[in-house]
Ligand binder design. Structure first.
Ligand code: FBP
Ligand code: MG
Ligand code: MG
Length: 322
């Protein structure tokens, strides 16, 4: 059994980055504990307020954000942070080397029904002269990420992590409060017969996406020649974890409900970190038109269309959009 810290000491040359990941996990273990206690910790239900995205916040969205913020603020390696739940970036140590961007609680509509949620994070490098209070400091493409990961709060608490040398999974042992290595160099199978998409948005998709999904549903009698299965948990962390475990394709494509937005999911807190994890595991992540990590961000809360998972299936979606 290898501890997370020992694994990182052997696999990551940058000790300051190791300290950032190790420090972040302190907050995530606290979130895991509170989720586990549920109503006994008084953390369920709505916070009766909206975030910067105009979404109704859950109490745990706010608590998780505060826990991570507090933790990062105390770390000398961190120069600044940006969160899905914060309107503006938050400066930390002016001499810090890293910027941490995060979705403190992903899939939070699932909290009150006791279904899997997660924390997603992305780590970028900062330059000495960068102003960590300024949005432009954070506007780097996904290719610039030096680490990405998520913590899944499910039947067990898992960390899935990449520092650019493969994607690895760790399980939290709650008795001792340590993550231990579960699987090294996870690989997403290249082909799949399983897709995940919110079908209720079908009529709002682009015609290309409608054609692709119609062909999935046509099964072995359609042009794709396979009978597909479908899953939708409404928790990206759970969805991506299933794909890293047994393959599949996850899509939250552009739709015309809010035509000015390129998608529902957030580029900096969801699209980019998940793309890095999937690509490091041999999968593919696209907007259906270009690689997600190639998108040049223009705002920290920017949305993106997402198609990711088993490489061959993602290629098929791209072909439908060509
Ligand atoms: O409810 P919908 O429209 O199906 O959206 C589900 C998607 O929204 C998300 O919950 C967005 O994340 P947040 O909970 O962090 O806002 C994803 O995890 C999930 O894939
Ligand atoms: Mg989310
Ligand atoms: Mg969230």
């Amino acid at each position: 059994m290898q501890r997370l810290r020992t694994f990182l000491d052997h696999h990551c040359d940058d000790q300051a980055l190791v300290a950032v990941i190790d420090g972040l996990m302190v907050a995530c273990k606290d979130i895991a504990y509170r989720l586990h206690m549920g109503s006994l910790a008084g953390v369920l239900g709505s916070a009766e307020q909206e975030n910067v995205q105009g979404e109704c916040q859950k109490k745990l969205d706010v608590i998780s954000n505060d826990l991570i913020k507090y933790c990062l603020k105390g770390m000398p390696e961190v120069k600044g942070m940006a969160s899905e739940e914060e309107a503006d970036p938050v400066a930390c140590n002016p001499d810090g080397e890293f910027l941490v961007l995060f979705d403190p609680l992903d899939g939070s509509s699932n909290i009150d029904v006791n279904v899997t949620v997660g924390t997603i994070f992305s780590v970028l490098k900062a330059s000495a002269n960068d102003d960590a209070t300024h949005e432009s400091t954070y506007l780097q493409s996904g290719k610039q990420q030096v680490a990405a990961g998520y913590v899944l709060y499910g039947p067990s608490t898992l960390l899935v992590l990449t520092t650019g040398n493969g994607t690895h999974t760790f399980t939290l042992d709650p008795r001792v409060g340590e993550f231990f290595l579960q699987r090294e160099h996870v690989k997403v199978p290249a082909t799949t017969k399983e897709f995940a998409i919110n079908m209720s948005n079908q009529r709002f998709w682009l015609p290309q996406m409608q054609n692709y999904v119609a062909d999935l549903l046509a099964g072995e009698e359609g042009p794709l020649g396979k009978r597909y299965n479908m899953r939708w948990i409404a928790s990206m962390v759970a969805e991506i974890h299933r794909i890293l475990t047994r393959g599949g394709i996850f899509m939250y494509p552009y739709d015309s409900r809010e035509p000015q937005k390129p998608g529902k999911l957030r580029l900096m807190y969801e699209g980019n970190p998940m793309s890095m994890l999937i690509e490091q595991a041999g999968g593919k992540a696209s907007t259906a038109f270009e690689d997600i990590v190639a998108v040049e961000p223009t705002s920290i809360h920017q949305r993106v269309s997402v198609v990711m998972g088993s490489a061959d299936e993602v290629e098929t979606v791209i072909r439908y959009h060509a």
